[in-house]
Design a protein around this ligand. Structure first.
Ligand SMILES: C[S@@+](CC[C@H](N)C(=O)[O-])C[C@H]1O[C@@H](n2cnc3c(N)ncnc32)[C@H](O)[C@@H]1O
Length: 429
């Protein structure tokens, strides 16, 4: 399949509610291997610029296309993104879009040609008018922009800008089995230039993304792919060899395996995951990293069904959340989240905290983490929990990047080029 057509089809499926992770791979498989990266870049790019492209489309089309003709709409989105992106020459973008559109709907060639040529003629004026809509200027859906502005009155523009930029590929080195310097040297030998992350000791940032099959030590778990902010979780929880540790929301296992490495591969570790589909990926990660861990498919909020009654020294609650801190990696999040989701995830987070707290030993620690930037899922959640839990306290955190919140710590998307993450470390009396 032609990469632009594959990209338009993928965009259509995502607009219909599908996720990038599930919808893109089967379409990419139909694209010649040497063109798959192009198709992928087009879908990600169009999703990152979606709100702006949507506003421009509103100006270009006198009335929206019928639902049955959405493929034409999506081909236009992809072509407009390309004209903005300026990687391919304008004439090639227009020609290809017209040809592809005509093959899908014979009447559509003139429409696509007219829209794209008008865009090229009036580009600056069209973009300027589109950007008068705050959502199109910030590249975020209106409700989410409002929520981020409310929670981050001084930082919302930087957060929005970072959320629209592609994220680097970051590796984690298993420091229990090798050094970061050795890994950097091996990467360079293999023609993969990379740098040590400025504040996370296990993290390496690749100059250019590479397939995992090219990464030295990936198959044996000596290296893993994980954003540097996500790597802060194991360091903050700091499990010690021999301790009983619970990872309550574990799939796909990035943090489970990091805890294992941080505990010098000598923890009594349990990983829980509710989703049958995601547990397959978790199992694969555990096997790859040779992580000796008890794996249970269960609802962490209902310990009666799975807990053996022995208390944990450390618990990681990497809670399900809006994922608004990782939009740069998963730009489809902008299309899928709804305002009411935030209330729902906040209720789930509260239930998980309440259910897991009794499982912690006196003197034990629970790390609450989300990849959200919204206070309702972060500091507000922990403030409520502390107010109703007399034996819980939150010792202040101070990390080398990010900012303190009323309680806990936030890495904002883009801080030292990291994903957005929130952490609160809770101590039991
Ligand atoms: C943020 S992701 C975890 C990412 C993981 N810690 C990592 O670093 O790879 C949250 C996970 O929690 C799972 N989950 C959601 N609700 C759960 C529950 N009640 N009990 C157990 N797992 C749950 C989700 O299916 C999802 O896999």
């Amino acid at each position: 399949m032609q990469p632009r057509l594959a990209a338009a089809k993928a965009l259509g499926r995502i607009r219909d509610g599908g996720s990038l992770d599930r919808e893109l791979p089967p379409l990419l498989a139909e694209v010649p291997p040497e063109q798959q990266a192009t198709a992928q870049a087009l879908v990600y790019g169009a999703l990152r610029q979606f709100e702006l492209l949507e506003a421009v489309m509103g100006e270009l089309l006198r009335k929206p296309l019928k639902r049955k003709d959405r493929i034409i709409d999506n081909l236009l989105f992809i072509a407009l993104f390309e004209l903005l992106d300026q990687v391919s020459p304008d004439y090639a973008v227009v020609d290809s879009a017209v040809r592809l559109a005509r093959r899908q709907r014979s009447w559509s060639g003139a429409l696509v040609n007219g829209c794209l040529r008008r865009f090229l003629r009036e580009k600056e004026a069209l973009l300027e008018r589109a950007r008068r809509q705050p959502s199109a200027a910030a590249l975020l859906p209106g409700w989410l922009l409002d929520a981020i502005r409310r929670d981050w009155p001084d930082d919302w523009q930087a957060i929005a800008a970072a959320s629209a930029r592609p994220a680097p590929m970051t590796l984690r080195v298993d420091l229990s089995r090798g050094s970061r310097d050795d890994c950097l040297a091996r990467l360079r030998q293999q023609g993969l230039p990379a740098d040590a992350h400025a504040c996370v000791k296990s993290a390496i940032v690749l100059t250019t993304p590479a397939p995992v099959s090219a990464l030295p030590g990936f198959a044996e778990g000596l290296t893993s792919v994980q954003d540097a902010a996500a790597q802060m979780a194991a360091t903050l929880l700091a499990p010690r060899p021999g301790e009983r540790v619970l990872d309550a929301c574990a799939a796909p296992g990035g943090k489970t395996t990091h805890l294992w490495e941080a505990g010098e591969r000598r923890l009594r570790l349990t990983a829980l995951e509710i989703s049958e589909r995601r547990i397959a990926a978790l199992r694969e990660t555990l096997d790859r990293c040779a992580c000796d861990c008890r794996l249970i498919q269960a609802d962490a909020a209902r310990p009666d069904a799975w807990w053996d009654g022995k208390h944990y020294d450390r618990i990681l609650l990497d809670a399900p959340c809006s994922a608004t801190g990782v939009i740069r990696r998963h730009p489809d999040i902008k299309r899928h989240r709804r305002p009411e989701d935030i209330e729902r995830t906040a209720a789930t987070q509260a239930a998980l905290l309440k259910a897991l707290w009794p499982l912690l030993k006196p003197g034990g620690r629970l790390l609450y983490a989300t990849c959200s930037v919204l206070a309702a899922e972060n500091e507000a959640r922990i403030e409520s929990f502390l107010a109703e839990t007399p034996d819980a306290s939150a010792p202040p955190l101070a990390l080398d990047a990010g900012v303190a919140r009323s309680v806990g710590w936030q890495i904002r998307p883009g801080d030292l080029d990291m994903d957005g993450f929130y952490f609160a470390l809770l101590q039991k009396q």
